[in-house]
Design a protein around this ligand. Sequence first.
Ligand code: NZQ
Ligand code: ZN
Length: 385
Amino acid sequence: MFNFSFENQTRIHFGEGQITAITNEIPTDAKVLVVYGGGSIKNNGVYDQVVSALQDHRWFEFSGVEPNPNYDTLMKAQAVIKEHAIDYLLAVGGGSVVDGTKFIAAAALFAGDDPWDIVAKQQKVESALPIGVVLTLPATGSETNIGSVVTRDGHKLPFMSPAVRPQFAVLDPAVTLSLSDRQISNGVVDAFIHIMEQYLTYDVNGKVQDRFAEGLLQTLIEEGPKALLAESKDNLDVRANIMWSATMALNGLIGAGVAQDWSTHMIGHELTGTYGIDHARTLSIVLPAVMKVRQEAKHGKLLQYAQRVWHITQGSEEQQIAQAIKLTEEFFQRMAMPIRLSDIELGKSDIDILISKLELHGMVALGEKQQITLAVSRQILEQAL
Ligand code: NZQ
Ligand code: ZN
């Protein structure tokens, strides 16, 4: 395997009732800004639990961070931070709120002229306000990682900085019981594809990473559909296993020392930026096409995936791989996700727009070997029709 340095210092408080842990996590002399989204936390009791845990703190709030957090919204938080001399941010929500809070934290201390340069020009984020997280939607892994994705005028762009890694994250599976089926599906499939982006590349003999990845994939295949079934959807063990899988999927552990792909995500971001499609629903369409178009380059890992994750042993190598791709698509469908562009009413005429967006954003050499040129991305999108 490759050399690597690994660190993930986010302290995790996992389990029912753990929101109380924020009382001791945030210094009592801090001036806290509680950042949240469209209000789901007011309907499911999470807001009340946070208010109760912060009763001895000075705190303010900033709401309205939308899915695929918008730059203009996030910049409005800067005035609140200045006005109240905020020095600690508490994100309460899903990946969008956490990502948005990371951008707010970075923009507050940004030394450059224009905070949009953090994503547009990948200007380095050297420092940021400290962040704590109460996660309400298991999906992105943002609660313990260094990544964030921000959208402005149809441009959806990521940045990474260790400065925005949350100091702590509360993962209470009980707060996920209020999620809609659509958001449950999105979360399970996003996490699944994060694992695939770090697993389905080429073999570097990273046995620990591979077997962790395979275990996480199998857990999501087993537990994901249960969270949609009436008889098991309120089972807290199911929710706990999904929540912990999603965090482990993108906390740096399984990606350390191995090749990583991320082409599905970069192509998917253009679908969200251009058409507003939910993040995970872009991935469930693009990944099967990547598996098919990149079959030769990914042959060894596809076969390993077929045999170890899906226990396929019959047939030629090609047949085993084809069967694994089919089972992956069927899993996504069991999770009520689209698997073709036609499932979301997009067609051939949309491909030129998506390719020009990829070009505009410099996404011209994607994948674990940078072999996914614009021509290959076009093949992938055509395959996804
Ligand atoms: O805004 P509120 O009212 O809270 O409602 C949200 C939102 O409408 C709702 N929700 C969240 N928790 C809930 C709930 N509704 C009921 N009960 C709960 N417990 O769900 C909706 C979607 O939330 P959002 O945060 O957008 O979803 P998700 O967690 O899937 O985050 C998606 C964003 O994360 C980015 C994506 O690109 C997208 O912008 N990603 C971030 C990554 C990272 N930082 O590492 C990696 C990912 O690949 C991804 O790109
Ligand atoms: Zn994702």
